[in-house]
Design a protein around this ligand. Structure first.
Ligand SMILES: C[S@@+](CC[C@H](N)C(=O)[O-])C[C@H]1O[C@@H](n2cnc3c(N)ncnc32)[C@H](O)[C@@H]1O
Length: 273
């Protein structure tokens, strides 16, 4: 049978994504997002002693938030340099977290192992959305919680991906990650696997000196932006920088000598059936 031209090679895409997240230094961005992981632990009403997994932990934000609440935490990610930074952060705070290399699409844990499985703007990026959802459900015990933070399509970061995609198109046929920021897609992905699915629209405020500062910071440290710039010639780079700057200025809700952007995300709490 012939493969349709739009069927994406998900394994190849994942390999490129791993290189993308390994570039720059995502931790510099992640360190500004600590609040989202803290809020997520409260949203799932995490209890001391619970066995918790943080999927796509990056430099450990949400895993550390859970460990501050005396949970027994494992954090997985496929970028070793981010895990090293996560371990250093845990040591600095005197927290014990098991940070391991792993793939969100193939969680190497027994079925029904965790009381809570969390992911803060992490699991949403894996190319095979169905496989990730299946794995999140599989490793959560019945009655346990799945807690997610997902950027919405219409929010600032969803729009950042859109502007970036206008300059460097994503692979054909790949489902956009911000679909995880919609109730309809979550219902499709989790289906009968959950007994309840609650969502809340939240905002993370990006605070930078200016739109230009935001562009420079993301271009230097945030892999997806860095790689998009790398793929373009000089004219394309100028155009992308202008596009992101215009977007940031459009979302700026404060005066033009500083930047404060309310970036919408969906906070999701699902109970495993
Ligand atoms: C935007 S960062 C979020 C990191 C962290 N959760 C936080 O809140 O700061 C996305 C993370 O997802 C990780 N990631 C993406 N796809 C993954 C996959 N298939 N398996 C494991 N990690 C993945 C990246 O390496 C990166 O650390």
């Amino acid at each position: 049978m012939q493969t349709p031209a739009t069927t994406p090679d998900l394994a190849a895409i994942k390999g490129r994504q791993q290189k993308t997240w390994s570039s720059g230094n995502y931790a510099r961005v992640g360190n500004t997002l600590v609040l989202m992981g803290e809020r997520l632990c409260e949203a799932v009403d995490l209890k001391a002693g619970q066995v918790v997994l943080d999927v796509a932990t990056g430099s450990g934000n949400t895993a550390l938030s859970a460990a501050r609440r005396f949970a027994q935490v494992t954090g997985i990610d496929y970028v070793p340099s981010l895990l090293e930074q996560a371990r250093a952060r845990a040591t600095a705070e005197g927290l014990e977290v098991d940070f391991r290399e792993g793939d969100a699409e193939n969680l190497e844990f027994p079925t029904a192992h965790f009381d809570a499985v969390l992911s803060t703007v992490g699991a949403m990026f894996a190319p095979n959305q169905e496989k990730v959802a299946h794995e999140l459900l599989r490793v959560t015990r019945p009655g346990g919680k799945i807690g997610l933070v997902n950027w919405t399509p219409e929010g600032f970061i969803g729009q950042l991906f859109k502007v970036t995609g206008q300059h460097v198109p994503p692979p054909a046929g790949l489902k956009p990650p911000p679909l995880w920021g919609t109730e309809a897609r979550l219902e499709e992905l989790f289906g009968e696997g959950v007994s309840s699915l609650e969502t809340q629209r939240q905002h993370f405020v990006f605070r930078y000196h200016s739109a230009q500062h935001f562009v420079e910071f993301f271009r230097t440290f945030y892999g997806p932006t860095l790689k998009a710039f790398e793929a373009l010639d000089e004219a394309g780079q100028t155009s992308l920088a202008q596009g992101i700057e215009a977007l940031a200025n459009r979302f700026n809700r404060t005066s033009h000598d500083t930047l404060a952007i309310d970036s919408e995300y969906l906070e999701v709490v699902a109970v495993r059936r």
